[in-house]
Each structure stands twice: as structure tokens, then as C-alpha cells.
Design a protein around this ligand. Structure first.
Ligand code: ATP
Ligand code: MG
Length: 293
């Protein structure tokens, strides 16, 4: 595959757990995506950008080799793809696609730490990541690589333990397995090619990255406005979750009170509002933030 002259490329998962949120992020960054009759490639109509829709396993290589300029992929896939070749640069975590790569064992295996895996057989779809983990813990074990349905390996006597992705743990439980060790905490990340884009596209690439950072930063952030007695300012600032220095403005005709505006990076709960009220805040408004830069 060769890079199309004059267009940037972003690699995203075609279908699966990351597909929808990846497309949302691209759209929220202001890219108008048009689905053509080519399933592999979606065009962006308002910028010279194409979305390459592929299997997630292919994304790290495409980005590392410069076939794509940016990519969205799970850290687990990125780590598994490391093979000493060129690597994509991780630009930022994206706060979706969270999961954990865990070692899980059936009740029949007497488990007392990673040492209990010595000489055992472990089934996984992530052999490289697991090997590094075992090496780090000085454990020698056999790894058998399975593409899917790893959780059935112990029942089929294919393996003594498994190393698989877990989000809720329901699949493990349904198969009578108990999670014992965390090998890797993962979420989707934005990655960038080490290969520079055409000079004419460099600025566009930077601005897309900056916009995506803005989208991620504004997720969950809230704009809080309230009136407060001047004397309670310090307490109020301390209660506002994840706010920097708030903006404090005079209220006309009131010397004893001020208006406080703040961007809160963390969730603002009812409890927070109740605490603000308890120290004298009134007219409290919590507004969603659409864009942030
Ligand atoms: P593809 O066809 O693109 O290769 P896949 O079957 O390898 O898809 P998915 O199951 O769609 O992959 O998962 C994509 C990514 O979603 C995973 O690599 C991981 O980063 C993330 N993820 C989040 N939660 C889970 C989970 N519970 N199980 C598996 N992956 C999860
Ligand atoms: Mg895959």
C-alpha cells in the first residue's frame, strides 16, 4: 500500500470494540467523514484526510511504517506489536477501550503468586507481552498462542492457566476462572508515525492532533458558575473538583459576594453541589463543555 499524495491517513479499527468511539473522536475533532463505496477507506470531505479502516492488529505497523500518519489502537495491541522494528509514538491516552490483561487460573491450580506458574502451560493471544511479564518475574513457563476463546483452554486441558483481556470479569467467572495477576492495564491511545508527512500536510496533522487533545480534555469536564460570599472563596476553590484558579468577578451592588467561574476537570457530583451550598454558595450552575483548546 502506498501513501496517497496530498492526503493524510488515520488508521482506525474497522469493526469491533474500538471502532465506534474512534470514529466519534475523529468526528468530534471536526472531520466530516463520508462513507463511500470503498469499505476500507472513508474520505473526509472538509480536509485532505482519509480514514483507513483495518483490523486493530495491523494499526501499529501501518503507523510505524508511515503508511498512516495517525492511528487509534489499544495499548495491549501496541505492546504486543513491539518487535524491535520502527515504533509509533504514543501521543495521548484516549480514555476509552479500557481493559486489563490478566492471568487467570482454574480452582484446581494451587496458586500462590507468579512462581506457581513455573513449568506450566499458559494460553494467550498476547504471547510477547506475557513472555516479558514472565521473564520479569523469573518464571519459566510454556506459552500457547490462541487467536480467540482463550478462556476455554483450561477446560479443554490445553493449558493450566490463561492470560487474557478482562473488563468486567464476567467471561472469566462464566468459565470458572479467577483473575490472579495484572499483566497490563490498557486503554485506546492515539499514535503518530515516526515518518514525517509531506511538508504541505504537517500543519494540518498538528492541528488535528491538537483538536483531538481538546476533545479528550473536554470529556467529562464541566463549567461551574456560582455566587459566593467573599469570605468563603478559599473553601469553595478547595471543593471544586480538578479546577485550577477560578475566575472571580464582582457582583454589582454587593461588596460581600462574588461570582465564581471554574472549569472542573473531574466529575461534579450532587454531593459536590451540596458541599458548595453548605459553605454559602448560591445560584450554582454546572454546564457541559463542548470544545476546549
Ligand atoms: P479486529 O478484528 O480488529 O482484530 P479484535 O477481535 O482483535 O478485532 P476487539 O475485540 O474488537 O478486537 O477489541 C479491540 C480492543 O478493544 C482490544 O484490543 C482492547 O484494547 C479493547 N478492549 C476493551 N475491552 C475489552 C474486552 N473486554 N475484551 C477485549 N478487548 C477489549
Ligand atoms: Mg485484533
Amino acid at each position: 500500500m502506498s501513501t496517497v499524495q496530498g492526503r493524510l491517513r488515520i488508521a482506525i479499527q474497522k469493526s469491533g470494540r474500538l471502532a465506534e468511539r474512534s470514529l466519534d473522536l475523529v468526528r468530534d475533532a471536526g472531520l466530516r467523514v463520508v462513507k463511500g463505496n470503498n469499505d476500507l477507506l472513508y474520505r473526509v470531505e472538509n480536509y485532505p484526510i482519509d480514514l483507513l479502516r483495518v483490523r486493530d492488529d495491523d494499526i501499529p505497523t501501518f503507523v510505524a511504517d508511515g503508511v498512516c500518519d495517525l492511528g487509534i489502537v489499544g495499548e495491549n495491541v501496541l505492546e504486543e506489536g513491539r518487535n524491535g522494528g520502527p515504533v509509533a509514538e504514543v501521543l495521548m491516552p484516549l480514555s476509552f477501550g479500557r481493559c486489563t490483561l490478566k492471568i487467570a487460573v482454574p480452582p484446581t491450580l494451587d496458586y500462590d503468586g507468579p512462581r506457581s506458574l513455573e513449568g506450566r502451560r499458559i494460553a494467550t493471544s498476547y504471547p510477547r507481552v506475557l513472555r516479558r511479564y514472565l521473564d520479569d518475574h523469573g518464571v519459566k513457563a510454556d506459552i500457547i498462542t490462541m487467536r480467540g476463546a482463550v478462556e476455554v483452554a483450561p477446560r479443554l486441558k490445553l493449558a493450566h492457566a490463561i492470560c487474557d483481556l478482562v473488563s468486567t470479569g464476567a467471561t472469566l467467572e462464566a468459565n470458572g476462572l479467577a483473575a490472579r495477576e495484572t499483566v497490563l492495564d490498557s486503554q485506546a491511545v492515539l499514535i503518530r508515525s515516526p515518518v514525517a508527512p509531506e511538508p504541505a500536510l504537517a500543519e494540518l496533522l498538528d492541528s488535528i492532533v491538537e483538536r483531538m487533545a481538546g476533545v479528550v480534555a473536554s470529556q467529562g469536564a464541566k463549567y461551574v458558575m456560582l455566587n459566593a460570599p467573599r469570605s468563603a472563596l478559599e473553601q469553595i476553590t478547595a471543593i471544586l473538583p480538578g479546577a485550577g484558579a477560578p475566575t472571580v468577578m464582582p457582583l454589582s451592588g454587593r461588596d460581600d459576594a462574588v461570582a465564581v467561574h471554574a472549569v472542573c476537570q473531574e466529575a461534579v457530583f450532587w454531593e459536590t453541589l451540596e458541599r458548595l451550598k453548605a459553605v454559602g454558595a448560591s445560584a450554582i450552575l454546572v454546564l457541559p463543555i463542548e470544545k476546549m483548546m
